[in-house]
Design a protein around this ligand. Sequence first.
Ligand code: C2E
Ligand code: MN
Ligand code: MN
Length: 407
Amino acid sequence: MLIQLIYRSLSSLSFSAEELTQFGRELSAKNQNLQVSGYLLYDGAYFLQVLEGEESSVDRIYSAVCKDLRHRNIVLLLRDPIPRTHFDGFRMDTLDVRCVQGTSANNSLTILGSAMTSGWNSDRRSERIIEAFIGGRWRDAVPALAWSMDYEQAKVSRTTVKPAALKAAAIPATQTRFALQPIVHPLSQRVTSVEALLRGPLGESPQSVLAAIAPDRLHEFDLHSKGDAIALAAALQLDCILCVNLLPMSMVSNAHAVDYLVGQCEKYGWPLDHLLVEVTEEEAITHLDDFLGAVQKLRASGIQVAIDDFGAGHAGLSLLADFQPDKLKLDKRIVQNVCSSGPRQAIVRSVVEFCFCLGITVVAEGVETIDDWLWLQSAGIKRFQGYLFARPLIQGMPEVCWPAGVD
Ligand code: C2E
Ligand code: MN
Ligand code: MN
């Protein structure tokens, strides 16, 4: 099967125009054996390479690139089957973007198009990705230089990351148990919030605890369990916001749900502006008016609201169009591997942009690696939740592991 693969990378070396041409010749010779053709663009700092050929050959070249120290911050932008290659014969042409920048866009596209058998086709994704690279707009969104500096510092300090030490906690005698997981602001090394995650008596998952509840009691159980989460946070004297998960219907089906939460906060002396309710779109959208009414009541009492798992399928743009939460939690499926995935990077940048315009705070969930964290931070996200910083601890507050050396 023929495929097309496009990646972008930061070059470790600086190339003059002549050196780039020479580099292109070397690549052409190598790739000819593998019958792979394509294009190498260079803008003075970054490469963009288009590779077309048999799947196994293209993948072989790409994995060699990933191991090549001349390429850093490698991001996969596209990898798709194609019916035929777009290039004449087997060739690896180079384009020095510095020479065409400033000239008209059409001119640079003509230069590129001349290498293609089938001509330049701006309906194709690959050509639009090339245009975006030449235009340089993708660089405005992320301070690439800042990222590469942070990234290098963190690599140096990766070995010095301390394992999280767990602190024994005072455990109040409540009916329902919760695991607590911090949400952190690494730039100031502060824990800004803590999420209470439902657990069974033996540490069972929230799904299995909720599945064991009779369907007609589910929403009541969900709501009333939050009293125990508030009791736990108060007993531990946590000095941050407590985030609790609620099915939207747990707020909607009981007309006094918000009064109940307010009452529990008063009972345990937990400030109302230190409580945040996380919801996903799943049920909210089917009872939108009732849900929006409940949100108004929460806000009137000072309790904050977050959309959880944004980008997971349950939580999406339509809910956001009707109501703007205080926080938006980006789902781990968007967060994980963001450092090397072009589509994820483009999605995160646009989420950061619209949240900035709407005054919504973005939280990245499921952060497990330094590379993903640093990419997200350079894209403007400041709050993080994930195993990199702390795993959930049952009935206690885990200590946070701050990756060392990155201030
Ligand atoms: P969620 O609200 O998105 O919670 C985050 C989930 O991601 C938690 O799973 C947490 O343990 C996990 N997680 C945190 N950091 C990482 C990481 O770095 N990597 C990975 N792979 N996972 C990470 P958990 O505790 O199993 O909760 C699953 C879901 O159950 C929650 O997702 C939430 O939607 C729901 N849930 C939890 N507590 C309650 C509750 O009291 N009521 C209701 N209705 N749902 C709850
Ligand atoms: Mn949640
Ligand atoms: Mn979530």
